[in-house]
Design a protein around this ligand. Structure first.
Ligand code: SF4
Length: 258
C-alpha cells in the first residue's frame, strides 16, 4: 500500500479505537490524521472514551463537528456539543429528517465533515482507515464503495488483521480504561437504524432521551422511522413495556460502532 496521508476515522467505539491504537503504535511513513466527528447525540460515555484515548495518544484526535455556516468546526472534549446541536442544525438547514432510505446525517455530520477538514489541511487525496472488523463482512463492500466515489482509498485494517469482536473486547479488558457503554448504547442515542428492541430498552432506561427526537419530528412534521414517531413509540411502551421485546437487528451503516 502506498504510504500517503493516512486519515483514521475514529468512531468513538472500541473497534476503531483498537485500530487507531495499533496504527499509532506502528511506523507509518506518511502523515497520520485522526478524526472524530461528533454529532452531539453521542452518549457522554463515548465522549469520555474519545477523551481518554486522546490523552493516551497524546492529543492526536481532531474533534470535529458539522457547522451550518462554515461546514465544519474543530472543537475539543471540553467544547464538544452534548445536546444534539450539530445534528439539529443540519435538520434545520435541510428542513427534513434523515431516515432509513436517506441517511444524510451520516453523510453530512461525519463523512463530509471529515472530508472538508482534510481538504482544509491541503490534502487532495488520502487513505481512509475505517474500523470495520473481520467478523462484519456485510459492511466491507459498502464502506469501500464510499471511497470509490470520493477522494480517498478505503483501508479496513481490522479486516486485513482478521480482528473479531472478542479480540477487541479482550484488548480493552487489559487496558487501564474502556468504553463504559453496553452494545445498545453507542452511536446517536436513539438512532433510527437501531433495532426496535434496542430503542425500547433505551427509552425504558432513559426516557429523557426521547425529547430531542420528538422535538425534531414535531418541528419538521415527519418521522425518523416510517409510520412510527418517537412520541408514539414512547406511548406504546409506556402502556405495553414488553412491546418490541424481540430480536430486531440494526440496519448497518457507516456510523455503527461498538
Ligand atoms: S448514528 Fe444514526 S442518527 Fe447518528 S449520524 Fe449515524 S445514522 Fe444518523
Amino acid at each position: 500500500m502506498e504510504k500517503d496521508v493516512l486519515m483514521i476515522s475514529f468512531s468513538g467505539g472500541r473497534s476503531s479505537a483498537y485500530m487507531t491504537d495499533r496504527i499509532l503504535n506502528t511506523r507509518w511513513d506518511g502523515e497520520v490524521v485522526v478524526c472524530f466527528a461528533n454529532t452531539g447525540k453521542e452518549a457522554p460515555e463515548t465522549l469520555d472514551f474519545v477523551h481518554a484515548c486522546d490523552l493516551h495518544w497524546q492529543g492526536k484526535v481532531h474533534w470535529l463537528e458539522y457547522d451550518a455556516l462554515t461546514r465544519f468546526r474543530e472543537v475539543s472534549y471540553e467544547t464538544a456539543s452534548r445536546k444534539g446541536e450539530p445534528f439539529e442544525a443540519l435538520i434545520d438547514k435541510r428542513e427534513y429528517l434523515p431516515n432509513v432510505v436517506w441517511r444524510f446525517c451520516t453523510q453530512d455530520l461525519k463523512i463530509r465533515v471529515i472530508k472538508r477538514f482534510m481538504m482544509s489541511l491541503g490534502h487532495k487525496h488520502w487513505t481512509n482507515a475505517v474500523g470495520i472488523r473481520y467478523d462484519e463482512p456485510a459492511r466491507w463492500a459498502k464502506t469501500r464503495a464510499i471511497g470509490e466515489r470520493e477522494r480517498w482509498d478505503t483501508w479496513l485494517p481490522l479486516v486485513d488483521w482478521r480482528i473479531t469482536r472478542p479480540m477487541v473486547l479482550d484488548y480493552w479488558r487489559a487496558m487501564p480504561f474502556d468504553l463504559r457503554l453496553e452494545h445498545y448504547q453507542g452511536n446517536c442515542d436513539l438512532c433510527f437504524l437501531k433495532g426496535r428492541n434496542k430503542v425500547r430498552r433505551l427509552l425504558l432506561e432513559q426516557p429523557e432521551l426521547a425529547a430531542w427526537w420528538i422535538r425534531q419530528e414535531e418541528k419538521v412534521g415527519g418521522t425518523f422511522r416510517k409510520g412510527l414517531s418517537v412520541q408514539r413509540f414512547m406511548d406504546l411502551i409506556r402502556t405495553s413495556p414488553a412491546l418490541f421485546d424481540y430480536e430486531d437487528p440494526d440496519i448497518e451503516c457507516f456510523c455503527n460502532s461498538d
